[in-house]
Design a protein around this ligand. Structure first.
Ligand SMILES: [Zn+2]
Length: 253
């Protein structure tokens, strides 16, 4: 089964969602993890997931959007997480932006909720790997697993993620000509069982020599990411599909 490990289908920049879903289901892509980024998204993500079983919700607070959280955000989030089969996310750390301490506190709160409810995490991590692992340590073997989205680090960090029960997810960034040799090396070196694919739609747009950087990514771009990974790993689409199915079963067990 091919599934998209991280996207934002509630984003208002996507104006043709029914058509995109129809097209992607023909490929076939079977599931989408629709990640909220803060309280104002939770209801939108929930209502999308209730309209279509293929859309799997994630409720959380993204590290960029921690400034104006309502005082009762924790209890509200806990209710969403408890009452629906879902991921916790998009949550995480981004030390390109301050304030780092508050990001850590908010992320740690979400990790505690994931542990208490046995939910997987969908994580954004940038320039904060040294803090990610200590914060995730209490969750090892207590949650079904986690996804590091838009992965761009080396083999060693990927192996550490795998040893903590996590997966690394790749999007259209691996297809950009200036990135390709680096990602070919990373993807060749890490085990297939650790790899997931995503679009981050509508972000992480596709680049082609003919069209340049498109403004938004599309759900069907996932097939291009899958094709590239199959080529680099020298495996069939069926083998990739089987590996992704296993990962889905682990994360949603
Ligand atoms: Zn995202």
């Amino acid at each position: 089964m091919m599934w998209d490990a991280h996207c934002h289908l509630h984003d208002s920049r996507i104006t043709d969602l029914p058509q995109q879903l129809h097209q992607a289901k023909e490929i076939p892509i079977s599931r989408w993890v629709v990640c909220s980024t803060g309280p104002e998204d939770w209801e939108k993500v929930l209502s999308l997931s209730l309209q279509d079983d293929a859309l799997f919700p994630a409720f959380g607070v993204h590290p960029w959007y921690i400034d104006n959280l309502p005082p009762q955000w924790e209890s509200q989030l806990f209710d969403y997480l408890k009452n629906h089969t879902c991921f916790v996310g998009e949550c995480g750390l981004d030390f390109e932006k301050p304030p780092q301490e508050i990001q850590e506190t908010i992320f740690a709160t979400q990790i505690r909720m994931a542990i208490e409810l046995g939910r997987p995490l969908n994580i954004h991590c940038r320039k904060a790997w040294h803090r990610l692992f200590p914060l995730l340590k209490p969750a090892i073997n207590k949650i079904p697993g986690f996804v590091i989205h838009a992965y761009s680090q080396n083999r060693d960090i990927a192996m550490q993620i795998a040893s903590y029960g996590g997966f690394v997810s790749f999007a259209c960034h691996i297809l950009r000509p200036w990135n390709q040799s680096r990602y070919q090396r990373i993807i060749t070196e890490i085990p297939l069982e650790t790899i997931l694919i995503e679009t981050d739609a509508p972000d992480i747009p596709l680049y082609t020599l003919k069209t340049g950087l498109s403004s938004l990514s599309r759900l069907s771009d996932l097939a291009l990411v899958a094709k590239q990974i199959c080529e680099w790993k020298n495996i069939s689409r069926e083998t990739l599909s089987q590996s992704l199915t296993k990962a889905w079963e682990k994360l949603t067990s």
